[in-house]
Design a protein around this ligand. Structure first.
Ligand code: PEP
Length: 241
């Protein structure tokens, strides 16, 4: 899954879509998602129609409609052709989004038929203090409040250590595997073995065409959430890896 963040115009989205179409011949066996700014979504949907690439949003609001100036709801995204939505990205948490908000957004996204990509992860201070697992367990427990097991299977979880996002400092394959295994264990504890096996867990944090193979080979890492490296066509190389 690509996370473009606040990059690319609708015109650039059209060009990227045409380039990506040419270099994705082998991506048949995996899901490919481009999460893009809301204004690029119509161009993205059009440029990648009839391919295996789904379009995702980077955020949404939990209410369906009403007096929420500037917000976009889950049914609006669905109507525009969106299949996935990133929720709880650390950049949005840093802007004040709480686990309570993220929980409401998860419920609204699932109700509308979207697949949420829920981001969790620790800061450098939390890692240094040895509270990575405690922090991520707390995030998962709060974000999953009132979400039943049959819905849990439809959520993708992305482990994104904040210290690795956009910094060029990737977590080692062992560090990433250790936390992703821990995330699966938390899900097993709350929901049982089947949902824990079924849930997709992504790693995100400076993943690129060079380092992706080692990370993706880990047993509990099912894919990647890719920021900087998804803006160039070598995103196609990561998909093929
Ligand atoms: C992200 O923002 O989700 C991300 C993983 O960014 P980057 O790949 O640039 O570290």
């Amino acid at each position: 899954a690509a996370n473009w963040k606040m990059n690319k115009t609708p015109t650039e989205t059209k060009t990227f879509g045409a380039e990506l179409r040419r270099i994705l011949p082998k991506g048949r066996w995996c899901e490919i998602v481009l999460c893009m700014p809301a204004i690029c979504i119509p161009a993205g949907v059009k440029a990648l129609r009839d391919t295996r690439v789904s379009i995702g949003a980077e955020n949404m609001y939990y209410e369906t409609y009403g007096a929420y100036t500037g917000e976009i709801s889950a049914p609006m995204l669905v109507d525009a052709g969106v299949k996935y939505v990133i929720l709880g990205h650390s950049e949005r948490r840093a802007m004040g989004e709480t686990d309570g908000d993220i929980n409401k957004k998860l419920i609204a996204a699932l109700e509308a038929g979207l697949t949420p990509i829920l981001c969790v992860g620790e800061s450098l201070e939390q890692r240094k203090s040895g509270i990575t697992f405690e922090h991520i367990t707390m995030q998962l427990k709060q974000d999953f409040q009132n979400i039943p097991p049959e819905q849990l299977r439809r959520i993708v979880v992305a482990y994104e250590p904040i210290w690795a996002i956009g910094t060029g400092k990737t977590a080692s394959a062992e560090q990433a595997q250790e936390v992703c295994e821990g995330i699966r264990a938390v899900i097993r504890k709350i929901y049982g073995a089947r949902p824990a096996r079924a849930v997709s867990i992504l790693y995100g944090g400076s993943m690129n065409a060079k380092n992706c193979a080692g990370l993706l080979a880990q047993p509990d890492i099912d894919g990647g959430l890719i920021g900087g490296a998804s803006l160039k066509p070598d995103f196609g190389q990561i998909v093929n890896a």
